[in-house]
Design a binder for this molecule. Sequence first.
Ligand code: PSU
Ligand code: MN
Length: 303
Amino acid sequence: MTLRDLLSFSPEVAHARAEGLPIVALESTIITHGMPFPQNVETAKRVEAEIRAHGAVPATIAIMGGRILIGMTDGELDRLGQADHVAKLSRADLAACLATGGTGATTVAATMICAHLAGIRVFATGGIGGVHRGAETTFDISADLMELAATPVTVIAAGAKAILDLPKTLEVLETQGVPVIAFGQDEFPAFWSRSSGLKASLRMDDPAQIAAAHQMRARLGLPGGQLVANPIPVEAEIPRDQISPAIEAALAEAAAQGIAAKAVTPFLLDRILTLTEGRSLASNIALVLSNARLGAAIARAMG
Ligand code: PSU
Ligand code: MN
């Protein structure tokens, strides 16, 4: 089976490729493990619509029936969003899932790999994985960070959640040579909060600068992508002191229950959602929409 046979383009994405239109990739783990049904599917469709409204074509990526879907129909989104026990696929899991004809949702790392195979350079999501708190004993560091160092895709996220150790996350990104570009401010944003108290290594205020930096990296022959950290819109922000109790409680529950490995991030996301009685979900949706708009602008600027 050739790569062509493995990639299954939706009609919309196939048309965009033929016409040379800007395309923005979207991940599917946020649908299966990041938000509850039905908001997950509603949000996935709204995010796609937002990208279209801003002059680009959305390509939601997932694995179904042993093929890499690049762009999904509404029916496929409905099925994935309601399915039970969908596998969460990172770099380590992708080939095995495809080889066995399986179905799975792609994380940031796996979505970057698939986007690159499909020639897509821009990918918008909510938050990336990072270095977990206590990593000095657990060694739990998301494969997303190493993927950013290896695969030439520009990823737009609202920073990383404070369930993670943000200073260590930034240190690993720096060590791995990943440009961390805060958009429109100096600080690295912390997902629900615009502020983290930490400075990003780079700041840009114009999507065209971000596109130019991506292209320059390719010209230099440097592998890897860029992380664009787009602060949550002011009106959707949850101040740090209000979200912190939910984060601390979720972390304590995870430790008490011995949650480990791939289960950690989904467990924490689910608990925080419940503990904030849905307030975190409304903010999460607002920031993904905002990242989709910025992703469309960067994809348009790539030309
Ligand atoms: N962080 C979020 N929302 C998410 C995820 C992370 O705020 O949905 C998902 C993404 O798919 C990310 C993955 O790539 O979790 C990271 O998982 P892990 O920490 O196991 O690498
Ligand atoms: Mn992990």
